[in-house]
Structure formats: C-alpha cells, structure tokens
Design a protein around this ligand. Structure first.
Ligand code: FES
Length: 109
C-alpha cells in the first residue's frame, strides 16, 4: 500500500511525497533522498536537531524517545508539535500529514 506525506520546505514550497511503509529508515531519510533539504547532520541519531520539523495540524500518536525530547529542548523556534524527522518512522501514522521543515538549527544553512 502506498502512502503520502506532505512536506513544506524551508522556502515554503509544498510537496506531496509518496512512500511505502518503512521504505526508508525514517522521515529525515525520505526528505534527503528526495532532495528536498540537506538535513540530518548526525545521520539520524537524534542529536543535531537539523531535521527539526513541525507537524502543521494535530498531533502524532507516537512515542517520543527521551533523546528526541532532550534535543528539541535545545532548538530554536520550537512549537508544541516540533519533532525530529529522524525519529519518525514511515508508516500509516504520517499518511496525509504535513510537516514543515525548520532549518534554523543547521550549522551551515
Ligand atoms: S538527523 Fe540529527 S537529530 Fe535528526
């Protein structure tokens, strides 16, 4: 079954990206593999915050690891729905959801 996730890039362009369940290890890899943004400096370990995204509506019914919560606390421009894309799995929970990429935390934007 194919799913779709909507991504708003840092320059406010909206893209719908089709994906298969667990096609990539996480949402950060999907974004990078589709060349939308150069994010993910810690390669998905939940430490750098460069993959900061904000869910534009609602909340994900998803468990957040302590490392993700700790890293988000250190970031700029967080919102209640801030997440790290590298900690979000590609499954039905993100189908038809929209995430905005926040690149304020990149070392070399
Ligand atoms: S890639 Fe570093 S926190 Fe997600």
């Amino acid at each position: 079954m194919n799913y779709v996730v909507n991504i708003v890039t840092s320059d406010n362009q909206l893209f719908s990206i089709p994906f298969k369940r667990f096609e990539y290890p996480n949402l950060m890899e999907l974004i990078v593999e589709n060349n939308f943004e150069d994010i993910g400096e810690c390669l998905g370990r939940g430490l750098c915050g460069t993959c900061h995204v904000v869910l534009t509506e609602g909340a994900l019914n998803d468990f957040m690891e302590p490392i993700e919560k700790e890293t988000i606390k250190t970031l700029n421009n967080t919102q209640p729905n801030s997440r790290l894309a590298c900690q979000i799995m590609l499954d039905e929970k993100i189908n038809n959801r929209t995430f905005k990429i926040i690149t304020d935390n990149k070392i070399n934007p």
